[in-house]
Design a protein around this ligand. Structure first.
Ligand code: URA
Ligand code: SF4
Length: 205
């Protein structure tokens, strides 16, 4: 099976982890993508936000959530009372998966294979940051951390207490910001996201 395992250094800090991840060849996604997009933000954050995978802009710039979904994520947590300086942001899968259509690169959802392959990076980040709370942005983040039976609609906006890689962890699931951008009623979808993030902010207080 594909796995990042041999690329993850033991006893590394976040900077060393990021450097090692840049050279990950744990699954085929590194071949077509430009670069690894590792997590970013406060290494002592109280809240870790986990998305799906980098998109086109993130792949070009090398930072998570700098494209359209990221614009939304600049506003929503702050509106919910989450201090952006208190967050660390990462993705379940660290390379951009896409298909080419004309000159464009179209996002392709990562499968369980890629989530599992990339899992060792996603395990290492909370182990180092030790966030009080993890916000799961959508189904991929949920499946990657809690298993394939995770259903975001069933648990969004609630505080879960689960074991994550051997550590007890509180988590608040919500939708992915991209789903807000695709929603018919964008304003309503956005309100739903902010409402879920408010649950996360209150859980910290
Ligand atoms: N969507 C994600 O899930 N992550 C990013 O970094 C950008 C878009
Ligand atoms: Fe490694 Fe993850 Fe990139 Fe695959 S997607 S090559 S496992 S960093």
């Amino acid at each position: 099976a594909y796995t990042a395992e041999p690329f993850v250094p033991a006893h590394a800090d976040l900077a060393a982890l990021r450097e090692a991840a840049a050279g990950c060849r744990g699954c085929p996604l590194h071949r077509d993508a430009t670069r690894t997009v590792f997590g970013a933000g406060n290494g002592d954050a109280r809240i870790m936000l986990v998305g799906e995978q980098p998109g086109d802009q993130e792949d070009r710039q090398g930072r998570p959530f700098v494209g359209p979904a990221g614009k939304l994520l600049d506003r929503a947590p702050a509106e919910a009372g989450v201090d952006p300086d208190e967050t660390y942001v990462t993705n379940a899968v660290k390379h951009f998966k896409f298909t080419r259509a004309g000159g464009r690169r179209l996002h392709k959802a990562p499968g369980l294979r890629e989530m599992r392959a990339c899992g060792p990076w996603l395990a290492a980040e909370p182990a180092l940051v030790e966030p009080e709370l993890i916000v799961l942005l959508g189904a991929t983040a949920g499946k990657a951390l809690l298993g394939p039976s995770f259903r975001v609609t069933e648990v969004r906006g609630t505080v879960l207490e689960e074991e994550v890689h051997g550590r007890p962890q509180r988590l608040v699931p919500t939708v992915h910001p991209s789903s807000v951008l695709r929603a018919k009623d964008r304003e309503k979808a956005y309100r739903g996201l902010v409402s879920d993030l408010t649950v996360a902010a209150r859980a910290l207080a």
